[in-house]
Design a protein around this ligand. Structure first.
Ligand code: F6P
Length: 360
């Protein structure tokens, strides 16, 4: 795309640490080629709502400010999805917005949902698009890591460390509820790093009695405290989701499984007092980790290279220690990537004696 001079960038879906490092990488890479970068405000809203909302980004937006070192999104983001019946209309509005600004291509920094939605918009409107994966859930397909996941793991691990110390003082079993929606990556990796005693994830069924057996064995070993990590997306022991709240397009808003687990343990076992900490949105706002900043730099640089080579409908991925580009159709086809119950993370947790549910 050597003729291309104007590209847009937007951040879409739940924010996470590292987004500003991605924007900075794209702006720096584009400026090396003499391209103009339009920063689109508030996800796709900046292009689909009137008046259009955007600003022209230069290297000064980032070199003269601390933004690339901070979490949040300089451009704003939104996590509201889109109703299927509005897809054609939204795609048209998106296309009109892109044409009004005269953009040659759009870089979308988002998770699997955003790749699906904006991939559809861009295809419908004949717009070139490159995706950069980001999400604390790490459930975007094909890429082994998405921007933001590592930083969120760090927030969770630090929290687990803190909980372990107070659990130790008060001889308690402390429960830490972490995000991740239906994927247990964040729970499993932070539980392993934080050396938790129990980790419950949506992908593996569990028995409360076996959680209690684990607590009993800890007690029998002479230790008077424990830490339990639970992913927000687990179901009750009988297989129901607890969440009653819904977002704007009717998807469940998760939260509350920590309290459920606490009361179920209390009903059957009283040797440990339990308390619940729900980490919530602080998981999206940690200090961007070294690894996430590296991903941001590598993904941003590759996205510019792909556009320079005239590529479109590709998402950059981290695979086997390298950056590659895959088709967005393939990403969408694969859908959300859940925790592989045969992964080394799961095997290591089991091998180290963590109770992780009724894994094979
Ligand atoms: O997808 C990222 C995520 O943080 C999930 O882990 C969480 O369930 C959800 O977003 C929360 O969304 P909201 O920002 O709408 O509360």
């Amino acid at each position: 795309m050597s003729e291309s001079k104007k590209i847009g960038i937007l951040t879409s879906g739940g924010d996470c640490a590292g987004l500003n490092a991605v924007i900075r990488a794209v702006v720096n890479g584009a400026s090396q080629k003499g391209w103009t970068v339009y920063g689109i405000h508030n996800g796709t809203d900046g292009l689909t709502e009137k008046p259009l909302s955007y600003e022209i980004l230069t290297v000064h937006n980032f070199s003269d400010t601390p933004w690339p070192r901070l979490s949040g999104s300089y451009l704003g983001s939104l996590n509201k999805g889109v109703k299927m019946e509005s897809l054609a209309e939204m795609s048209k509005r998106f296309g009109d917005g892109v044409r009004e600004l005269g953009l040659d291509a759009v870089i979308v920094v988002g998770g699997d949902g955003s790749m699906n939605i904006t991939g559809n918009y861009c295809k419908g409107a004949g717009i070139k698009m490159i995706g950069i994966p980001k999400t604390i859930d790490n459930d975007t397909p094909i890429t082994e890591f998405s921007v933001g996941f590592n930083s969120a793991c760090q927030v969770c691990t630090t929290a687990i460390d803190s909980l372990e110390l107070t659990a130790r003082s008060h001889h308690r079993a402390l429960i830490c509820e972490v995000m991740g929606r239906d994927a247990g990556h964040l729970a499993m990796q932070s539980a392993l790093a934080g050396q938790a005693d129990v980790c419950l994830v949506p992908e593996i069924p569990y028995k409360i009695d076996h959680v209690i057996d684990k607590l009993k064995s800890i007690k029998a070993s002479g230790r008077n405290h424990a830490v339990i990590v639970v992913s927000e997306g687990i179901k009750t022991e009988t297989g129901e989701h607890l969440s009653a709240a819904k977002n704007l397009i009717g998807e469940a808003v998760y939260g509350g499984v920590g309290q459920y687990l606490s009361s179920e343990i209390n009903k059957r076992y009283s040797e440990f007092q339990t308390r619940v900490t729900t980490l919530g949105h602080i998981q999206r706002s940690g200090v961007p980790s070294c690894f996430d900043r590296l991903l941001a730099a590598l993904f941003g640089a590759r996205a510019i290279e792909l556009l320079a080579n005239g590529e479109t409908n590709k998402m950059v991925v981290w695979k086997g220690g390298k950056v590659e580009a895959v088709s967005i159709d393939e990403v969408v086809k694969k859908g959300t990537t859940l925790l592989d119950t045969n992964s080394d993370f799961v095997k290591a947790a089991q091998a180290l004696g963590m109770y992780i549910g009724e894994a094979k």
